[in-house]
Write a protein that binds this ligand. Structure first.
Ligand SMILES: C[S@@+](CC[C@H](N)C(=O)[O-])C[C@H]1O[C@@H](n2cnc3c(N)ncnc32)[C@H](O)[C@@H]1O
Length: 263
């Protein structure tokens, strides 16, 4: 996969040389390039922003500079080229986005600063038939799109085949196909700070361990993310799941629906 990141602070993206993403770059699994937006400016001051039409505080990033940069970086020949514009006013980025973007040929991240990028940039590339995603990493406001891009690149890159050493570790993770948060995990030593690990994990009884883990995942999800319980499909739950969820205050929805509701 090719990933391009355009920013006025390319040094911010230095973390992409580290850890699994850095290794994936070295191994050629990820062709990741970071570009300085100011390289496409045409004036002496290397200006990338201007005052907002309609008035108001702050500065807005100019579409002409962004257009030159994206035109050069985006491979329009790549059928799976996606332009990603991080913005707090976008759709919230989830594991589903990460899964779908992991199959793309090219991802171009346009890191905004100030009050963001002139809205015509996203519109122009959409009109030109490019898949444009305006994505937020959460309901808060950062100073720039660099951190948001790092978050999304890491979430996407770890799903590229060959990237994570043991692909089994991806199977039962939070936000995976089960639609649950992960169960608690433990390692050695078995006793620490007067805390013992749950006995069942020492039993060697795989079916019991699996059941214990699923129960803890259901409990944790019900406690911390009731929205995820409400999004579960009853057809993916067994009798034991439904009994535990009933104890936790969740019952089947009205006839003809596939979900759960609070009792
Ligand atoms: C200060 S913010 C602009 C906020 C914008 N005026 C608004 O209220 O929606 C500057 C840049 O930071 C990035 N950014 C800030 N918060 C973000 C978030 N939650 N998710 C993704 N990107 C974010 C975007 O690239 C944005 O263009």
């Amino acid at each position: 996969m090719r990933v391009d990141v355009i920013s006025i602070f390319p040094d911010y993206l230095a973390a992409l040389d580290l850890s699994l993403v850095g290794k994936a770059r070295q191994r050629g699994l990820l062709d990741l390039r970071v570009h300085d937006l100011r390289g496409w400016t045409t004036d002496r001051h290397r200006t990338v922003d201007d005052t907002p039409f309609g008035g108001g505080a702050g500065m807005v990033m100019r579409p002409d500079v962004w257009g030159l940069a994206i035109d050069e970086v985006l491979d329009t020949g790549a059928t799976g080229a996606h332009l990603i514009v991080p913005t707090p006013s976008g759709e919230v980025f989830t594991q589903r986005h990460a899964e779908s973007l992991a199959t793309a040929e090219q991802l171009v991240f346009a890191c905004g600063r100030y009050e963001g990028i002139d809205a015509r940039v996203a519109q122009h590339y959409r009109d030109a038939g490019i898949t444009v995603h305006e994505l937020s990493i959460g309901d808060y406001v950062l100073n720039g799109g660099e951190v948001a891009s790092l978050v999304m690149i890491e979430a996407v890159a770890r799903l590229i085949p060959g990237m994570v050493g043991n692909p089994d570790s991806l199977v039962e993770e939070s936000h995976g196909a089960a639609g649950l948060l992960e169960y608690p995990v433990y390692t050695k030593p078995p006793s620490w700070a007067d805390l013992e690990i749950p006995e069942v994990l020492l039993s060697g009884h795989h079916a019991k361990i699996e059941r214990w883990r699923r129960d803890r995942a259901l409990e944790r999800t019900a406690r911390l993310r009731p929205d995820m319980i409400a999004a579960l499909s009853v057809t993916n739950l067994d009798k034991h799941d439904l009994a535990l969820l009933a104890e936790l205050g969740w019952v089947r929805g009205p006839d003809g629906t596939d979900g759960l509701v609070r009792a």
